[in-house]
Write a protein that binds this ligand. Structure first.
Ligand code: DGL
Length: 269
């Protein structure tokens, strides 16, 4: 029998590193009274080029870390972890576990007018076909063109958010999708919202560039309301846990999050 969920408990969220803070930012906006535990698996980042079996193991370990701290719900902010492990996590644990792919896919399916959708993500996310499957559920017959962009995560981690090299690489990755006549481009990776402006500038005015962070927050709000576990009062806050030191976490994180990061705890699990 599962134990009752205490509405005062925090919300757990994990990512392979700093990128999930874009999701945390949307969650904090939507749920200002909530307490969050953010786990960045910086010891094992990147996830995007690793096997589904390894990512599933990491995802179980991350989830257990958060559940041990009595979180009421787990948000898998990482697209690769969602693609590779969400189903198994949901089957294994009784606490609600939510991932970023379905909210993003639904949004893309709603926004497209011509039914041609581009998706960019890591090698692992694209290889899984998870976005195609989810988009087809919301818009049967949609043409989905997915492109792996493995160089974008390191560029973001390096903080090259306006660099000319980043512009060149974006053009290289996006042009094959643009030539298909897509009218929506879904950023299927935690890190890409940081390159939103550069990507949108290259995609041009006929392509709407969207990410799943806002849609994800909406799903978390709905789920907490459905299980009557939303925190009604309080000022909220975040505790940050990292599995290793990260040279840019504070600086980049503050940019991703739009807020200051005072304290980071290094953890071994
Ligand atoms: N968090 C990953 C994702 O959204 C990107 C970074 C990584 O490869 O670990 O797919």
């Amino acid at each position: 029998m599962s134990t009752p969920i205490d509405p005062v408990s925090p919300i757990g969220i994990f990512d392979s590193g700093v990128g999930g803070l874009t999701v945390l930012r949307a969650l904090r906006r939507a749920l200002p009274a909530e307490e969050f535990l953010y786990l960045g698996d910086t010891a094992r980042v990147p996830y995007g080029n690793k096997s589904p079996e390894l990512i599933t193991r990491y995802s179980f370990e991350n989830t257990l870390f958060l559940l041990d701290r009595n979180v009421k719900i787990v948000v898998v902010a990482c697209n690769t972890a969602t693609a590779d492990a969400l189903d198994r996590l949901q089957r294994h644990f009784s606490r609600p576990i939510l991932g970023v792919i379905e909210p993003g896919a639904r949004l893309a399916a709603e926004r497209t007018r011509n039914g041609r959708i581009g998706v960019i993500g890591t090698v692992g996310t694209v290889a899984s076909g998870a976005y195609e499957t989810a988009i087809q559920r919301f818009r049967p017959g949609a043409e989905v063109y997915a492109q792996a962009c493995p160089l974008l995560v390191p560029l973001v981690e390096e903080g090259w958010l306006e660099h000319s090299a980043t512009r060149l690489i974006i053009a290289e990755y996006l042009d094959p999708l643009l030539s298909r006549g897509i009218d929506v481009l879904l950023l299927g990776c935690t890190h890409y919202p940081l390159l939103h402006e550069l990507i949108a500038a290259h995609a041009g005015p006929n392509v709407e560039v969207i990410d799943s962070a806002g849609a994800m927050a909406g799903v978390v709000v709905e789920r907490l309301a459905a299980i009557e576990c939303a925190r009604q009062q309080g000022t909220g806050g975040v505790q940050f846990f990292l599995s290793d030191r990260h040279p840019h976490f504070k600086r980049l994180g503050e940019r991703f999050l739009g807020d200051s990061i005072e304290k980071i705890e290094l953890v071994n699990y």
